[in-house]
Design a protein around this ligand. Sequence first.
Ligand SMILES: NC(=O)c1ccc[n+]([C@@H]2O[C@H](COP(=O)([O-])OP(=O)(O)OC[C@H]3O[C@@H](n4cnc5c(N)ncnc54)[C@H](O)[C@@H]3O)[C@@H](O)[C@H]2O)c1
Length: 325
Amino acid sequence: MKVLITGGAGFIGSHLAEAYLEKGDEVYIVDDLSTGSMENIESLQEDKRFRNRIFVRIDNILNHETMLELIGICDTVFHLAAAVGVKYILDHPMESIKTNIQGTEKILELCNKFKKKLLIASSSEVYGKHTHAPLIETDNIIYGPSSKFRWSYAASKLMDEFTALAYYRTNGLNVTVPRLFNTIGPRQTGTYGMVVPRFVDQALRGEPLTVYGDGTQTRTFTGVKDVVKAFMGLMENEGSFGQVFNIGGTEEIAILDLAQKIIAITGSQSGIKMIPYEEAYEADFEDMERRVPSIEKVAQLIGFKPNDNLDDIIREIVAVMKKGN
Ligand SMILES: NC(=O)c1ccc[n+]([C@@H]2O[C@H](COP(=O)([O-])OP(=O)(O)OC[C@H]3O[C@@H](n4cnc5c(N)ncnc54)[C@H](O)[C@@H]3O)[C@@H](O)[C@H]2O)c1
């Protein structure tokens, strides 16, 4: 099978590429390296078992000719390329909206033209400002005003969902939409605001761990290997098409507790420094207080059961970051 992964040089995309290469498939990657990096896939390109089956194109998904060619060649498309991370979205508002809306629209149009199976990675951000838990796929959505740009990511991913579901309804396109909650693992970078790699990096350097806000906001974390398994499972199950699924961990943890956990696991002498949101991001920044998924729907369809041992996942990240990979 030929698998196309947009954003394949990114964090999740590179793990997905590895899983399909391990299975014996051919993997095509398109990535503009805006937040991804060649380092994420170098070991795959150098591996003797894989090197004749991995094809990398450094390009933008908005390039029509490139996408026409790649989607035409491949059997299955995983669309992961997106402007990601609150910090990145605030720094690049225009580019982010273009990638997340026009890019996804192009991929849907071409997958429909060639009748290719498609998975589009959405986000728990889509839920907006809820405080209840767990969040279920049919919950209402609550956003802040359009003057607060952090919501543009959520709104663009929501538009992707609507467009995907419209293609399913109108054209019968086989498209599935997982909504990812915070996913963590080796190769994730803290540069664009992702909390776990940022904390681990600070702890290993002996610098204070910078907690934004008062640290009582909670999250759940899923290991990237579980997310990859879920993606593959959804793509192989026809019951996933035309549906949205939460994918995430269920162990809720406050960000301040997460910082303390990472200090303990790394054995670091670092302290914790609280930073107001307006300093970390922008004036009047709004965060989501809680983000806990119900995973009943995906569990029922494909038996998804995440490894909720956060300590183990963090230990693996620490080991890899210590080696400097
Ligand atoms: N990591 C998480 O916790 C999380 C949570 C929710 C949703 N997601 C979604 O999962 C997907 C993968 O995220 P990730 O965490 O691996 O982030 P990432 O930044 O590592 O991966 C995104 C990749 O897309 C590439 N890219 C961005 N714009 C592009 C463009 N216009 N053309 C070509 N390539 C482009 C980047 O260079 C990068 O390699 C994204 O769609 C993201 O919205 C991730």
